[in-house]
Design a protein around this ligand. Sequence first.
Ligand code: ZN
Length: 283
Amino acid sequence: MIISKKINDLVKKYHENKLSHAFLLVTNDINKCNKDIMELIKEISCPNKYQDACQDCNLCYQIENDVIPNIKKIYPDGQQIKKSQILELKEQFKTKPLYVANNIYIINNAEKLNSAAANTMLKFLEEPENSILGFFVTTNKEAMLETIKSRCQIIYNPYDNENITEILNLTDQQLEEFTEIAKEYLPKLINKTEDGIYLNKKYILSVFTEREQIIKFYNYLYWQISEKINSPQKQRELDFWKNIAFAKLLKIQKALFNVLESSLFNVNIELLLDNFALEMEKL
Ligand SMILES: [Zn+2]
């Protein structure tokens, strides 16, 4: 299995003793994300020098098979993650970890923590112990309590955005910014609301000050839409793409492609935005 680059960074941080004690992983593939977390746990626990998919040691085998009592995975019980589940976790983690260096919890669909559970969790997060490592995994960061988010190191979309962050050389913060801007910008543009098409240029120029940022942003949009086109049935983080007809998606992709192509020829940025708006108007 190829370990996500971000997970590798965490391993490095762990060995440098710089690892946070709680993480929020924003993803759209919970299972895949769990696999990566398990790889991370193996990496930091394996008594042999860990190699990809260590088959040789007992410990990695046990981690892989979810039989280590110090590693606790929590899933929603019905529609919610309940307080009793968190209390049980706390009770279990009162004892020092036996087989691995840390007591580790993974809370899946963390946006489903109900408020009583979240409050219990909060107390847990406020008094972190060195021996506890926590992972919150969510597909919907917006639905999560601010108080929990603020206590976690946020790792954005470890899969789907891995390539884009590398290709476009984006920081996690930039990626988050772009996602927010796109959320506001695209629905307006696509639904051809007045301020969408006609203020297209004005809007972009109001949020970005540099040409380079604008091009990066359009690259980001192009990447997002291409992903959507390549995997139409897959749930995307940017769910506004979901309600757009496939043929339309292809046209938007083409319009974005034209922007990016023109950008290579040093075309004036305002002209570029005008051309994009024109193409979008034809949709
Ligand atoms: Zn091992």
